[in-house]
Design a protein around this ligand. Structure first.
Ligand code: FAD
Length: 488
């Protein structure tokens, strides 16, 4: 668990906007939802938006969408479901950045959490806004973990939460923290929305200088790349970089991509392309950032002194911190502009002791050989000591573990190609005994979930029984609730 003292703390409030009920809800659910107080919509716009997500791979339609004007509306909805002879599923939906329908509630009610942010008197939180302010968080992310290049130093976002307001599956609104209602607090963090709906979070933020030295080093050998990544995170936040990630470069996953479109100049890209060709079509890119007000040239040299990148393949930029944090651009625009774009992502955690096996079996034999991945391929280490085992999140049981992010973008009609690659990767890991954990997990069967949670399963189940005994919440995760299939 991180001990870093908070320098700046912000309260994220949930908020408001009332959207009028457009048409009546016409089935068994309607009797339970007959209430003048709630702003529920059943029109095609509302239903269509709530039926899909960023992945654009599955479509699961709710019966209605709630646009809450306050947390009391959410409490009322949960209580209505509890009082219903056949309770309906309820899914909080943040930005719908899931890729497999995790924020869906097939035949139930989706709660549009963003509408809590539309009241001018309160603060609306979005990825975009947090990037703009130099801070990162999104509430749905707290249901997963929230990782980035800063997590090696500060842990995931769920290690940086001070207090939450949560509406449990019984309809109780509870404030919780490490000291107060701590079981619920830790259950909800990384809990995939299973125990409660977060309506407010107090999160530690770290004040940062205004300028960033942004560095990328290119490697032709995986072992040098990973040992240098580890070397840098071991230096710690003060002596080493403030942000560290890494990625794999192939023909289909070029050095410039949507996560940072303008890092390399055209001449740098040509230079890297030549090296890529000479190295058989695969390279590794270590990326780090040092925030500074005044940086000494000496300090800069010290940081890369012992690293074993390909000579002449070190690239750096000095940018305003805002530009670095804002490098990803607007997702909302991308989604709106291309409805047919699908994102069959696969995110894994894998133990350090098995990364060489993983490299041979998956990165070289599948990803490189098939050369299909279209989009960034992230690969960087995380430090388990910065994760709190009391949360619901699961990670490999080694001090250092790596994350692989295959952030595929494709036409929906071609998504099966990537789905197939993802499936092969999981099968190879199973066959070779590589002890991966999925991040942003998606499983088809209860057995897979039990295996995923391992020694945490019993606690996970007990907490579900305690906080959401009627199994109402986040049914789209498909852990406790079998979901009627309704994919594209
Ligand atoms: C372009 C892009 C970049 C990303 N970058 C990162 C990254 O850098 N690091 C990282 O860790 N992840 C990243 N993610 C993944 C992201 O963390 C997850 O997709 C997360 O679920 C997004 O939050 P959301 O609010 O949109 O969740 P949704 O998709 O809306 O919901 C996800 C799950 O959380 C539940 N949920 C939503 N809101 C609440 C709530 N208020 N209370 C309780 N449960 C809730 C939902 O019911 C659902 O089960 C990225 C995703 C995208 C699309």
């Amino acid at each position: 668990m991180t001990n870093s003292s908070p320098k700046l703390i912000i309260l994220f409030f949930t908020t408001i906007t009332i959207i009028f009920s457009i048409s009546p809800i016409s089935n068994a659910l309607s009797n339970c939802l007959l209430t003048p107080d709630l702003d529920l919509r059943t029109d095609p716009d509302a239903i269509t938006t709530a039926s899909t997500d960023y992945g654009n791979l599955v479509r699961r339609s709710p019966r209605a969408v709630l646009y809450p004007s306050s947390e009391n509306d959410v409490v009322e909805l949960v209580r209505l479901s509890n009082g219903c002879p056949t309770p309906f599923g309820i899914a909080a939906r943040g930005h719908g950045h899931s890729v497999r329908g995790q924020a869906a509630a097939h035949g139930g009610v989706v709660v549009d959490m963003a509408s809590l942010g539309r009241n001018g008197s309160r603060i609306r939180v979005s990825w975009e806004e947090l990037r703009r302010r130099g801070r990162r968080a999104a509430v749905g992310t707290l249901s997963n973990a929230g990782i980035s290049g800063q997590s090696s130093f500060f842990g995931p976002q769920i290690s940086n939460v001070l207090q939450l307001d949560v509406i449990t599956g019984k309809g109780d609104l509870v404030s919780c923290s490490e000291e107060m209602n701590s079981e619920l607090f830790f259950a909800v963090l990384g809990g995939l929305g299973q125990f409660g709906i977060i309506t407010r979070a107090r999160i530690v933020l770290h004040k940062a200088p205004t300028t960033a030295k942004w560095v990328r080093l290119i490697y032709d050998e995986f072992s040098k790349f990973t040992s240098d990544q580890e070397h840098l995170i071991m230096k710690g936040y003060g002596n080493g970089p403030n942000y560290l990630e890494g990625s794999i470069i192939t023909d289909k996953s070029p050095p410039n991509n949507w996560r940072s479109t303008s890092f390399y100049s055209p001449s740098h890209q040509t230079k890297i392309q030549s090296l890529l060709k000479a190295n058989g079509g695969i390279l590794y890119s270590l990326e780090f950032v040092k925030y500074y007000t005044n940086i000494h040239e000496e300090l800069e040299l010290m940081m890369v002194k012992d690293l074993r990148f390909v000579p002449g393949f070190s690239f750096k930029k000095d940018v305003p911190l805002f530009d670095f944090l804002n490098r990803v651009g607007s997702l909302e625009l991308e989604e709106d502009n291309d409805e047919e774009e699908a994102h069959p992502w696969l995110n894994l955690f894998l133990p350090k002791s098995q990364i060489m096996d993983f490299h041979a079996a998956v990165i070289l034999n599948l990803i490189h050989t098939q050369n299909q991945t279209s989009g960034p391929i992230l690969f960087y280490p995380l430090n388990r000591q910065k994760w709190d085992d009391r949360t619901s999140a699961v990670v490999p049981e080694e001090d250092i573990f790596y994350t692989l992010g295959l952030l595929h973008s494709t036409k929906r009609s071609e998504s099966h190609v990537f789905e197939n690659l993802n499936k092969q990767i999981l099968e190879v890991c199973q066959r070779e005994g590589i002890r991966i954990k999925q991040y942003l997990p998606h499983y088809e069967s209860k057995e897979d979930w039990v295996q995923h949670y391992g020694s945490k399963w019993a606690t996970f189940q007990e907490r579900k029984q305690k906080y959401d005994p009627r199994m109402l919440l986040s049914p789209g995760q498909r852990i406790f609730t079998p979901v009627m299939e309704s994919d594209f």
